[in-house]
Design a protein around this ligand. Structure first.
Ligand SMILES: Cc1ncc(COP(=O)(O)O)c(C=O)c1O
Length: 411
């Protein structure tokens, strides 16, 4: 995707003065590279794309067309997956809140439901009673301590004997199929995966004494592809898919080989696939002086991509009309449209800047649009880039969109 000032000006005529661009070609490349890195060691690997990270329907649809699964954590996400054509069998339902009616829907439709609590286990037994002869597919979310990190609040404590009682009960039930075990931790450190895999193999071995499991789902907490600049800024180690595959898929290969009996390895990347596929564009609308400071006001805001307005100076690119002179600024604070004092897109910018310039922020694909509240302004459109063309895939939100559900007419 090669953006120029002229291209951005052209897009502004269609979209207004701020928007997101989703690079679909990059997303497809990420998906294929991720899978290839894992399948090199362990062919029986499958991706279940995490909808919560970025539920843009085009992404779920693309994953489905590429043969991947959907990983969802709410009825809203589930209905989206169904709506865009994902077969229920290819949906994995996670999460700690599954209302009874929704749980019924997932199970009766043939999706895999990863149970997170005793209440969900009891509800599943109840649902099985009214579904004689229909196999209901379940998994169990495993919770175990991970060295150096606080306890997770999700799933079943595998060190509590009740966990294996439940696994046994599920496997004995005539119309419940215990298909797999699942774990997820948000920590992106590759080294944590040694311990995660080791614990999950222990659980697999124990459960295998009474039940044939079809899959081991290792969740995510996988870092995305990041520029050197961002890696430096975040103070993290640069990792690629291969680094995770070298630990996770390699361990699976060593443990199970590639035989017929090898359980499926499911990975649930969100961030790793989508973070670097989205950019946010906004425009400088004013540059003013306050005391000694230069303040550039823009049509954008940090709430569009950083829900909790972190102080991070995300790297930016400035696109200028080359035909007009620009002032060099030794320091400018590039700010957002909200009324929060801390809403700065970039602090202490050094370089040329003028009214009418476009600001591009990359790496905003993960937990950005899904966390964007209609705070002060409704959200802006999303455009997808693929094979040289740009298509609008989400219209701009507007007044009606935000206020349609409020009772607002005076009598
Ligand atoms: C169960 C589960 N799977 C996958 C993900 C996606 O995580 P990430 O953004 O690290 O890829 C999450 C995120 O919270 C999750 O809870």
């Amino acid at each position: 995707m090669n953006l120029t000032y002229d291209k951005l000006q052209d897009l502004e005529r269609r979209l207004g003065d701020s928007w997101y661009i989703l690079d679909l070609d990059r997303f497809v490349a990420n998906y294929n590279d991720f899978l290839a890195a894992f399948r090199k060691y362990y062919p029986n690997t499958q991706i279940a794309y995490s909808y919560k990270t970025n539920y843009t329907p085009l992404l779920g649809k693309t994953v489905n067309e590429l043969g991947g699964y959907a990983e969802v954590v709410s009825e809203m996400e589930y209905l989206l997956a169904i709506d865009i054509g994902v077969q229920p069998e290819n949906i994995i339902v996670n999460g700690p809140y599954k209302p009874y009616r929704a749980l019924e829907l997932y199970l009766e439709s043939g999706s895999v439901v990863v149970l997170d609590s005793y209440q969900e286990y009891k509800d599943t037994i109840q649902i099985a009673k009214s579904n004689h002869g229909k196999p209901l597919r379940v998994g169990l979310r495993c919770n175990f301590p991970l060295s150096g990190y606080p306890n997770s609040r999700f799933g079943f404590d595998i060190n509590n004997p009740k966990f294996y009682d439940i696994a046994r009960e599920l496997s004995l039930n005539n119309n419940i199929v215990l298909e797999g075990i699942h774990s997820h931790f948000p920590y992106r450190d590759v080294n944590t995966f040694y311990e995660r895999v080791e614990r999950m193999f222990e659980v697999y071995d124990n459960v295998s004494e009474f039940c044939d499991l079809k899959f081991i789902d290792m969740g995510s907490g996988l870092g995305g592809r990041t520029s050197d600049e961002l890696v430096k800024l975040l103070g993290i180690k640069k990792v690629d898919y291969q680094d995770y595959a070298d630990v996770v898929a390699h361990q699976f290969q060593k443990r199970f080989g590639a035989g017929e009996q090898a359980p499926q390895l499911i990975m649930e990347p969100g961030t790793a696939l989508v973070a670097d596929t989205m950019s946010y564009i906004c425009k400088v609308i004013e540059i003013k002086k306050v005391g000694d400071s230069n303040i550039a006001i823009t049509s954008g805001s940090k709430v569009n991509y950083h829900s909790r307005t972190s102080k991070l100076n995300m790297p930016i690119q400035v696109y200028s009309d080359g035909h007009q002179a620009s002032d060099h600024l030794d320091s400018a604070d590039i700010s957002g449209y909200t009324c929060m004092e801390e809403d700065y897109i970039y602090r202490a910018y050094q370089g040329n800047l003028k009214i009418g310039d476009y600001i591009r922020v990359d790496n905003v694909g993960s937990y950005s649009i899904v966390f964007k509240p209609p705070f002060i302004n409704p959200n802006v459109p999303i455009i997808a880039y693929s094979k040289g063309s740009y298509d609008v895939i989400k219209e701009a939100e507007d007044f009606e969109y935000v206020f349609q559900l409020y009772k607002r007419k005076t009598k």
